[in-house]
Structure formats: C-alpha cells, structure tokens
Design a protein around this ligand. Structure first.
Ligand SMILES: Cc1cc2nc3c(=O)[nH]c(=O)nc-3n(C[C@H](O)[C@H](O)[C@H](O)COP(=O)(O)OP(=O)(O)OC[C@H]3O[C@@H](n4cnc5c(N)ncnc54)[C@H](O)[C@@H]3O)c2cc1C
Length: 549
C-alpha cells in the first residue's frame, strides 16, 4: 500500500491551520481533516446571545453537536457527571474550520521570557509538575514574529516594557480606546503601573485583503461581521488550499491513528459524520501524521490508538499522555463608576499591564491584567452583578438599567502551576456517537495556582479602586479543574522521554513519523492568553518537519 499524502493533519484549528500552510507551501502533499464544518458569519448564530462560545447557556454556535459528543467530568468531590458540549465541566473550545480562532477575541500575546523557565526561576512546588520549556523566548521570537505578520496582529511594538526582545513592530497599529480606557490609565499611573493597548489578532486597518474592525460589540464568542478578525480560517488555511497541494476534509472524525504490525504509524482511520450521512469508515495512508486536535482530543486520540506494541496508547509508555491538563484561572474585579464607562464599542480590551507577570514577592508567577471584551447584557446579568444583589426583582432590574454603562472590569489569566493529577483519560462506560470511549476529565488546580490567583485578584481590585471606582466586587472561581478554551499541556514536550510525551519539535517519543502540534505541547501555559504561542510553535515545528520529510 502506498501513502496517499506526505502528511495528514488532524484538526483545522489554530495549530493545524498553520501547519497545513507551512507544509503545503513547502511542497508537501497535505490532508487536513476537521470534525466540524466550514462556517460563515451568517450561519453561526451571530445574533443568538444564549448559544455562543462566550455564554454556552443552551448550546454553542460552532459545535461540537450537543448530542453524540459527551464527556465525563469528575467534580472536585470525585463525582462523575456525563456532560454535553455546552455544559459546565465539558471544557469546550470549538469544532469548525478555524476552531476557536473563528470566534475568539483575538488577544495575541507573546509569553514573557520567564514563562519558558518557570521551574528554574521558582523551583518546583510540592505535588506540582512545574517544568521549564525545552525552548526559550529567544528560540520562539522569530516564530512569534512570523505569526504576528502572517496571521495579522495589531499593536505597538515596544509598548510592553516586560516583553522579550522583538525584531519588528506589529504589522498594524493598535485599535483605539473606549470610554473606560482613560480612567483605567490614570488609575494604573497612580499605582506606578505601566500600561499599553493589548495586541489583537484584529485588523485595525484594512489588512490581508480584508477590511478593518467595525468595532461592533459582539466580538468574543462570535464570528466577525466585517471579517476583520484574523483566524486560521481566513488566513493560512486559504493559503494552504491555494497551493493545490492541501485538501481539506470537513465533517470527518479521525477515530484513531493507524499503525502496522510493528507499531509504525501508517495513517489514520476516519469516519465521515455529516448530519444526514450514514457514517462511512475508511483508512487513509500517509507518510506522517500530525495531531492538532486540541489538548483534550489530541490526548484522547493517542489513548484511543493503542496497539499491540503500545497497549496503553501511543507515546504513553510512561503514563504521561493526558496529564498536566491546564488552562487559566481568571480572577476578576468589577468596579462601579459615577459616570458612564461602557460604550459597548468592540472589541473592548483596550488597556493592559504585564507588571505582575513575575517578580511578585513570595508568589509563583502571576498574570497579565486587562479590561475585557464588551459584555453582552445577558452575560452582565449572569456574571457582573454585585455579589449581594438578588438575581431577581426590582433591585436587580434597576442595577441593570443604571449600572450596565457604569461598570468596568479588570481580569487576567493566571499562570497555572501544572498538576499531574489534572488529566484526560478514557472513560470505560460512556461512548460517543461512533462508539468510542469519551474523554474523562479529572483533577483540581494546584494550591499554588489558587495562591497566585488570590494575589492577582487583590491587584485587580487595587487597580479598579485607583481608577475611581466607587465600589468594587468580584472574586476568583472556586478551586476546580481548569482547561476550557485555553486547554493545554496534555502531551508536554521535553528533552527526556521519561518525563515528556514528545521531543522539543513535537515528535512523539518512540515514533519517527507521529507528531503533536497544538496546545498539548505546552509544559506551562503562560500568564497570558495562549493562541499566539500555539501558532508560533506550529510555524516552528511545521517548518522543522517540512525540512525532514
Ligand atoms: C470564544 C473563545 C475566545 C477565545 N479568545 C482567545 C483569545 O482572545 N486569545 C487567545 O490566545 N486564545 C483565545 N481562545 C483560545 C484559542 O482559540 C485556543 O487556545 C486555540 O484555538 C487552541 O488551539 P489548538 O490548535 O490547540 O486547538 P484548536 O484550535 O481547538 O483546534 C483543534 C481542532 O481539532 C478538531 N478536532 C478535534 N478532534 C478531532 C478529530 N478526532 N478529528 C478531526 N478533527 C478533530 C476540532 O474540531 C478543532 O477544530 C479563545 C477561544 C474561544 C472559543
């Protein structure tokens, strides 16, 4: 049997889209397989405030389908719950061409240089699996630059005084302020904090053949009405297809990685899934396979692909696949102001500080703090009302009327201290619509993560008060499993096969032609939103693979 493709890539999200482009442009034949379908603004629930990726109250706008895709979530008390994609505990990202990049807010951070050497800087807290990355900021800098230019980021190079060295400015200037920005800037200045406009994967001017952001108020959780938000679906995936060497197969689930009698990877087993289609199964052969299915599904696929040679799953000889699952805990402070601070002009994230990412006395790591994307009224109702206000009756309604335009928020993604017991396993009892064991998610974040969270919460309140808020409230989520839309870490890369799943380029130990290329690789997940790092790493690793194929 001959291989039909040089590479099969599983998952057309952030990393998979980048890898497809790099490999196809390098002359390789590529099959990019995505379980979801390609979507447009019009067919993705752009007006539905109850079913989107910011508020998944009754469903989601890009999948996976509510029925047929359960997971099992083990709560902090050890109780197992079967959960559907929009329910708490599922830790959904998205399932469409572009994945989360189709509906994300687009915060585009480079990690801090010390984010790549957390264990060296802080030591390893008891019970944690804190580790250094096998690459440094300097290794990543050229690939960050490539992601910023080729996907398209707006921002001001050099404005973030805590950033590592950068060779070039962003390709677009920053997006403008909104009504709260000036007050938050004054508050930060009073505290001695440095601030700047956060970098965004959003066009501040026409760029890449698409128009600028129209500053609508429904950015995060929705596709973009002007197509001025840059995801893989409107940048690198079209480039890959334009080469004529990349095929995109949608509504197709990769069921397992196929191996031969001696355990060598030979391709993938797929099942086509279109709603009206009777599932059809077949095997597709390739010279190499790249898993870019996101941190939960990539780990699940390796576990589902157990062979005679590797009965516990591919790359899992040391019981590491699926461990160290992490994301970000978000402490949030809300502030009520005398005057209006909310003009609902999108995207809404306008000011950030990175002064607390490191160097906090007695604290491991820290977080970037920023204001946030424009809140839908329903999200304001569900998350932003003061703690002591009833969620019903006149007082709540009056607060909605009087407070909606007078409340600002400050929040930040805490750099998590990974825990080996936070993990993805296969559930023996619950199956998906194709009969495959589903992902079983368990564990709670490490105690050190909560300590950093409480420290950052206090800093967020301080900033809000210094900015003139007459009242502040808001706290931290309870201690529980973290993963969600920033899920990462389940197939960590490293230099030692006994403590990592892949080598520093994502090659699964023990396999010459099986690669992981997505957030699963992150040994730690930074004190920042992760997607620019995922894309930069995909540029780097796919380039490396293209040189060797
Ligand atoms: C609403 C929202 C807002 C966000 N905002 C930000 C932000 O502002 N900044 C930021 O940094 N990050 C943000 N994120 C997170 C960001 O989108 C993710 O970190 C990123 O997409 C993860 O990249 P990945 O390559 O690891 O996986 P993904 O991008 O999730 O790609 C995985 C793909 O694999 C597909 N797949 C899975 N299993 C299979 C299978 N068996 N067969 C075929 N296909 C499969 C999935 O459908 C998916 O398309 C946001 C996400 C969401 C949903």
């Amino acid at each position: 049997m001959t291989a039909a493709y040089d590479v099969i890539i599983v998952g057309a999200g952030a990393a998979g889209g980048v890898a497809a482009c790099v490999l196809a442009e390098a002359g390789k034949s590529v099959l990019l397989i995505e379980r979801g379908r390609g979507r447009s603004y019009g067919d993705s629930g752009h007006r539905d405030h109850l079913r989107n990726h910011r508020l998944q109250a009754y469903g989601v706008n890009t999948g996976p389908d509510i029925e047929g895709n359960p997971r099992v979530f083990v709560d902090p008390l050890g109780e197992s719950h079967v959960v559907r994609p929009h329910e708490n505990g599922y830790h959904n990202n998205a399932a469409t061409v572009g994945s989360g990049t189709f509906v994300y807010g687009g915060l585009a951070w480079r990690f801090h240089p010390d984010d790549f050497r957390m264990a060296s800087r802080y030591g390893v807290p008891d019970g944690s699996s804190l580790a250094d990355w096998p690459v440094s900021y300097d290794d990543m800098a050229p690939w960050y630059q490539r992601a910023e230019i080729e996907i398209g980021v707006s921002g001001k190079g050099g404005a973030n005084r805590n950033e590592g060295p950068r060779a070039r400015d962003y390709p677009m200037p920053p997006i403008g302020p909104n009504r709260a920005t000036g007050m938050l800037a004054q508050g930060a200045a009073a505290l001695g904090l440095s601030t700047f406009t956060p970098p965004l994967l959003i066009n501040s001017i026409a760029h890449g053949g698409r128009p600028a952001c129209i500053r609508c108020g429904s950015c995060v959780g929705f596709p973009c009405p002007s197509n001025g938000k840059n995801g893989t679906q409107n940048t690198v995936i079209p480039r890959a297809l334009a080469t004529g060497r990349c095929e995109l197969m949608t509504e197709t689930v990769v069921e397992r990685v196929a191996t031969d009698d001696v355990g060598r990877v030979i391709g993938v087993d797929i099942v086509s899934t279109g709603a009206d289609v009777t599932p059809v199964r077949r095997r597709i052969l390739s010279r190499s396979v790249v898993l870019s299915a996101g941190a939960i599904e990539t780990a699940r696929l390796l576990l589902l692909s157990a062979s005679d040679r590797e009965p516990h799953g591919l790359g899992n000889a040391h019981d590491l696949v699926g461990r160290h699952l992490q994301g970000h805990v978000y402490p949030t402070a809300f502030g009520l102001f005398e005057e209006e601070v909310q003009d609902s002009q999108g995207p809404g994230v306008t000011i950030a500080t990175t002064d607390y990412n490191h160097g906090n006395d007695g604290i491991v790591g820290g977080a970037m703090l920023a204001d946030d994307f424009v809140m839908l009224p329903i999200i304001f109702w569900k998350t932003a009302l003061p703690d002591d206000l009833p969620r019903y009756g006149l007082a709540a309604k009056h607060f909605m009327r009087d407070g909606f335009r007078r409340v600002a928020q400050i929040k930040g993604p805490v750099h998590e201290i990974p825990d080996p017991d936070c993990r993805v396993q296969l559930d023996d009892d619950v199956r998906d619509r194709f009969g495959r064991p589903v992902a079983r998610l368990s564990g709670v974040v490490h105690a050190e993560t909560m300590r950093t969270t409480m420290f950052m919460l206090e800093k967020a309140h301080d900033w809000m008060r210094a900015s003139g808020a007459i009242r502040t409230w808001g706290g931290s989520p309870p201690r529980r499993l973290s993963a969600g839309q920033h899920q990462a870490g389940t197939c960590r890369m490293g230099t030692d096969p006994a403590t990592s799943v892949t080598d520093p380029f994502g090659r699964v130990w023990g396999h010459e032609n099986l690669f992981v290329c997505d957030a699963s690789l992150h040994p730690t997940n930074g004190g920042f939103n992760p997607v620019l790092t995922i894309m930069a790493m995909a540029f780097r690793n796919a380039f490396h693979l293209s040189e060797r194929l």
